[in-house]
Design a protein around this ligand. Structure first.
Ligand SMILES: NC(=O)c1ccc[n+]([C@@H]2O[C@H](COP(=O)([O-])OP(=O)(O)OC[C@H]3O[C@@H](n4cnc5c(N)ncnc54)[C@H](O)[C@@H]3O)[C@@H](O)[C@H]2O)c1
Length: 268
């Protein structure tokens, strides 16, 4: 029986995290590094990703960063190749990068559909495709995608986003069937409201761009009221679930959507 403290550790493992400059991706990179993984951080915001990598290194971890637009296959391939080149392989990929999309379905333009599908769906697929051969070469690995609670709770004006995150959930279900024979597990988070730049985007701001405290409090209150626990998510709540899914502790888990949402979709 493995030691319980070892089961959740990632010493000797290499992980790629996209969307790592901010919010959930940042917290995932920090937690995986704290658990002993060497982490490669990718983000459209290259400077932001480097700042997170630097903070991880200063805390004693091993991390490097690379600019990456997940909507461009070559850039995702290059991110995974960096993990192999600098850290010797790949064991975990967490495809976190994603964008919101606001507006009613009936008036969506082709350009907006293409933009959001390219990042949220194709970007996730590219991450999975790049990871498979690298993981298979090491006898297995863990792919963790990021869907959303929006797949369970339809909200008017948020349909395109929900469509792309439902696609991520189905990608996860289907891919798990195809790569299990190579020891690769594929799971997805479906986070509920988690306080990040993403969720704060529609809040009122002052002239300096700071979020208005009263509107943040009102927003947090409305999100808390959706959860039987009476709480809203923090980025680290998602990162701890990612740690479980990345580690040996979840070795019997694949093809699942993990609804990390404070119970917001239960009892409805
Ligand atoms: N925060 C929530 O409540 C919530 C809920 C459900 C799902 N999610 C999902 O979690 C993921 C992370 O969201 P977050 O809340 O941390 O948001 P965030 O805005 O704080 O972080 C998103 C990061 O992705 C990066 N990014 C955006 N487009 C990119 C691209 N094309 N290529 C590479 N990087 C890109 C951004 O630069 C940013 O660093 C997203 O996929 C989002 O859909 C978030």
């Amino acid at each position: 029986m493995p030691d319980l403290n070892e089961v959740f550790r990632l010493d000797g493992k290499v992980a790629v995290v996209t969307g790592a400059a901010s919010g959930i991706g940042r917290s995932v990179a920090e937690v995986l590094a704290e658990a002993g993984a060497r982490v490669v951080l990718g983000d459209l915001d290259a400077a932001g990703a480097e700042a997170v990598a630097k903070a991880i290194r200063e805390a004693g971890g091993e991390a490097l960063a690379q600019g990456c637009n997940v909507a461009v296959r070559d850039e995702v391939d290059a991110l995974v190749a960096r993990a192999s080149k600098d850290f010797g392989g790949l064991d975990v990929i967490c495809n976190v990068a994603g964008v919101p999309a606001d507006g009613p379905l009936e008036s969506l333009s082709d350009e907006e559909v293409d933009r959001v599908v390219a990042i949220n769906v194709k970007g996730t697929l590219y991450g999975c495709q790049a990871a498979i051969p690298a993981m298979a070469a090491r006898g297995g690995g863990s792919i963790i995608n990021v869907s959303s609670g929006a797949i369970d709770l339809p909200v008017a004006g948020y349909g395109l986003y929900s469509i792309t995150k439902a696609a991520v959930a189905q990608l996860t279900h289907s891919l798990a069937q195809e790569v299990g024979d190579r020891g690769i597990r594929v799971n997805a988070l479906a986070p509920g409201a988690t306080i990040t730049a993403f969720t704060k985007r529609r809040l009122e701001r002052d002239a300096d761009g700071n979020v208005d405290a009263a509107s943040l409090e009102q927003f947090v209150g409305s999100m808390e009221s959706m959860s039987p626990l009476g709480r809203v998510g923090e980025a680290v709540d998602q990162a701890w679930l990612v740690l479980f899914l990345a580690s040996e502790a979840s070795r019997f888990c694949t093809g699942q959507i993990w609804r990390s949402n404070g119970g917001a979709t239960t009892g409805r």
